[in-house]
Design a protein around this ligand. Structure first.
Ligand SMILES: O=C(O)C(=O)[C@@H](O)CO
Ligand SMILES: [Mg+2]
Length: 262
């Protein structure tokens, strides 16, 4: 079975206002989309846009806290557990109302000398969220983000994510394997991903280092995706890149990717 591609409409189709991107993705052939933070719109408005476009929303991010003040997630940030729970509840409300099965739980920025303490906060917050997600049949994604783009982000390597997911041992907690971040943080994608394939809940793709269409750069996407399938991965693949030009003009890479759209 070929893997199915989703369009991340927070990076793609940004030529259109947000609500019009569902329709733009559908017109380009996508049957599924994911996004980052849809919270500026009421749930009913999003439901209408998604249903009019005839697409499925497969993933969204939980709120990150005060982005203007430097927040990029709350899960590993000590002292903000109440805020984490409120933000998580909002994400669950949106996800369930929109029929969206996956929520990305962002860890947040933590100073290097605070990492030792932050792991306890991270595990406790994820445990709380996982219990809710298990009941609601949602999947929580944790994503290692590379340290070049996000130097203070708490979760930066695949191996750390594996250790966290293994500690939690919840069917609701999976890793979002974004090949862009993972290539920057050590590469060796085929072997490292195969070693933890059972813990991978979602894959995202972009070219490296440009973070544009994955048809250029240092990763042979087809080779890596074929290896993931051979290792047993059968989930979705999100196109999370910044198009070099107009989004629609840059979709040619899909034809040779082995991915399916519909
Ligand atoms: O930046 C990424 O990579 C993501 O997947 C986002 O969800 C976080 O900004
Ligand atoms: Mg990503």
């Amino acid at each position: 079975m070929p893997l199915r591609l989703t369009a991340n409409i927070s990076f793609m189709f940004t030529e259109q206002p947000f609500l019009e991107r569902f329709g733009a993705a559908a017109k380009a052939g996508f049957g599924a989309v994911e996004c980052h933070w849809p919270y500026e719109f009421p749930v009913e408005t999003l439901q209408a846009a998604i249903s009019a476009a005839g697409v499925k929303l497969t993933g969204l991010n939980m709120p990150v806290g005060d982005k203007a003040a430097g927040d990029f997630g709350l899960a590993a940030v000590a002292g903000r557990e109440a805020e984490f729970r409120t933000a998580f509840d909002l994400a669950v409300r949106y996800a369930t109302a929109l029929g969206c099965p996956m929520i990305h739980v962002l860890a947040g920025n933590v100073a290097d000398d605070q990492h030792g303490g932050a792991i306890g906060t991270y595990i406790a917050n994820l445990r709380h969220a996982a219990a809710i997600a298990e009941k609601q049949k949602l999947t929580l994604l944790i994503e290692p983000i590379n340290r070049r783009d996000a130097p203070n982000y708490f979760l930066s390597t695949l191996e750390e994510a594996v250790a966290v997911a293994a500690t939690l041992s919840s069917p609701a907690v999976k890793i979002m394997a974004d090949l862009y971040h993972l290539q920057i943080m050590g590469g060796d994608l085929v072997t490292r991903l195969a070693d933890c394939v059972d813990l991978i809940g979602h894959v995202q793709v972009a070219g490296v280092p440009a973070r544009a269409e994955p048809d250029q750069g240092e990763v042979n996407l087809r080779f890596v995706l074929d290896a993931l399938v051979a290792a047993g991965y059968a989930g979705l693949v999100g196109a999370e890149y910044r198009p070099r030009g107009r989004t629609e003009d840059g979709l040619g890479w899909i034809a040779t990717s082995g991915l399916t759209l519909g």
